[in-house]
Design a protein around this ligand. Structure first.
Ligand SMILES: [Zn+2]
Length: 339
């Protein structure tokens, strides 16, 4: 088959690779319904995180099971499935505790920007629907796999509560999904920090009540103005840079919580500053598996349409243009059509 391979900075190719096959009895092979490009794929694309030789790209997926290994019990060929970008057994103590992204058997998914993919730990990782969803559901189901699941975790980690006030730092796809999650979890005041008009519009559509375009100290001052000098009890950080992290901590009230889901790059904390600030922080790769059944139900019930975050749809053989468009910020998030 053909698949997406990153050869070096800026060099993405759709090229012939070996067909995926069952390597372990706990594996499954799926045929992708659609796949997409993640903001985190841009780190290696920009040469900002190293790769050892050509890398098979893609970790957001949904599709139909075509084959399972001999030890797979919960999943069978013909089923439509969504999986997390973190592979987990869903049985170890960390999985039991709801942190499947720290599973003792944790692996990270890769190679799904392709028509077919191997999913290790299929029983623990994949969640099947009762029926084959309609084609118009595919973008929304695909979004659950990472971008919505990660935004959701950001909101949960930030202790978003019914009636609460939430600040979302970052207007990328994950930040926008953080806004949607905060709204679904019952927050009444959702302040999205965004400087881009098209993203502000989407943030409002997803439930943002206020937009703050200022950044840094000015941005924090604006949040304080909007919250009577108190700050927000919940802050979702969805960027991972020093400035955005400072903004998140600054926007949070003492005793409040920061959920940080942007992979930190060059971020450091001052212990004493954090001590006196008195703010909770929880971050990490999202345990999307914990949220999958609930989020898939919300999508199938028509309560949320997270697939609206895809503002560029390309056939997968044009994947290189998809990366370029996101790198140049011409697109928020690119969906790749497989068939
Ligand atoms: Zn586990």
């Amino acid at each position: 088959m053909y698949a997406t391979v990153l050869h070096g900075p800026g060099d993405v190719r759709y090229e012939q690779v070996e067909d995926p096959k069952i390597l372990k009895p706990t594996d499954a092979i799926i045929q992708l319904s659609a796949t997409c490009i993640c903001g985190s794929d841009l780190w290696p694309y920009r040469g900002l995180s190293g790769t050892d030789g050509p890398a098979h790209m893609g970790h957001e997926y949904c599709g139909t099971v075509v084959e399972v290994g001999s030890e797979v019990r919960n999943i069978r060929p013909g089923q439509f499935v969504v999986g997390s970008f973190v592979l987990s057994d869903n049985t170890c103590p960390h999985c039991d505790f709801g942190f499947q992204s720290s599973c003792v058997q944790r692996e990270f998914m890769s190679g799904v920007q392709a028509p077919y993919a191997r999913v290790p730990l299929a029983d623990g990782t994949l969640v099947a629907t009762l029926e084959m969803p309609d084609a118009n559901m595919i973008p929304h189901m695909l979004a659950v796999s990472d971008v919505l699941g990660t935004g959701w975790y950001g909101a949960v980690a930030a202790n978003v509560r019914e009636g609460g006030t939430v600040v979302v730092v970052g207007d990328g796809a994950v930040g926008l999904m953080g806004v949607m999650a905060a709204s679904q979890l019952g927050a009444v005041r959702i302040i999205a920090m965004s400087r881009h008009e098209s993203r502000q519009k989407l943030a409002r559509e997803f439930g943002a009540t206020d937009i703050v375009a200022e950044r840094g100290e000015e941005g924090i001052a604006r949040i304080m103005e909007l919250t009577n000098g108190v700050g927000a009890e919940s802050v979702v950080e969805a960027v991972g840079m020093e400035e955005s992290m400072k903004q998140a901590i600054g926007a949070c009230r003492p005793g409040g919580s920061i959920g940080y889901v942007g992979v930190p790059h060059g971020v450091s904390f001052d212990g004493q500053e954090m001590f006196f600030a008195q703010k909770r922080m929880l971050g990490g790769p999202a345990p999307v598996r914990r949220f999958l059944p609930d989020l898939m139900d919300r999508v199938l019930a028509g309560r949320i349409e997270p697939g609206k975050v895809f503002d560029l749809v390309l056939p997968i053989d044009q994947v290189a243009e998809g990366y370029k468009a996101m790198d140049e910020r011409r697109a928020i998030k690119t969906m790749l059509k497989v068939a």
